[in-house]
Design a protein around this ligand. Sequence first.
Ligand SMILES: *Cc1c(COP(=O)(O)O)cnc(C)c1O
Length: 233
Amino acid sequence: MATIAANIQQVQGRIAAACEQARRDVQSVTLLAVSKTFDATAVREALHAGQHRFGENYVQEALEKIQALAEEREQLEWHLIGPLQSNKTRVVAEHFDWVHSVDRLKIAERLSAQRPEALPPLQVCLQVNISGEASKSGLAPTEVPVVARAVAALPRLRLRGLMAIPEPAATLEEQRRPHRALRELLQGLQAEGLAVDTLSMGMSADLDAAVLEGATLVRVGTAIFGTRPRPAP
Ligand SMILES: *Cc1c(COP(=O)(O)O)cnc(C)c1O
């Protein structure tokens, strides 16, 4: 079985190849290792391989890992990428560095109010339902500009950009379409004068398409840690 270190190298190779094809600087793409369902030992192994940014979906599971890795906290950047309910915003504001899954102004307001003064502003992305799936969370693309302006004005948050989880698609061209749409949405915000720089898009199956369309942060789980040991709770 391939080690986590070897898997990270392979993913970095895919990112580099897509960057070369798109004539992008490889430094413009950040790798977020999605460690959901894997334990602190796996995170530590990735850390020793030089990976410092980790994405988690489930708040409780993440808090346990953050606790278990308290000694390494300074070297770690924790990103919440899963759904966030109002009753969990306080612990998230206290323990995470980034939240990618802000899909309502109310959640953003709570995170801003609850972000401890001693910590830097919480970095956030708005989650967009870019494929228009009824079952998916996220803002409709048409709602994004108004919510983005309101979130950008909150004192203890820093709006960084947009996040999406497009519908799975078989071909590269089909994979590129929703990623392109998200990029155009971000460019629209930039044209309105918002200082946003982050396109959080691309997972194990479609990170190549995402990088070709301008992803600045790819969220990769399976290709680094292997098949998840248990289904999502
Ligand atoms: C699980 C998850 C990922 C990683 O998915 P893989 O296919 O395992 O790479 C990325 N983003 C979000 C929001 C996820 O829930």
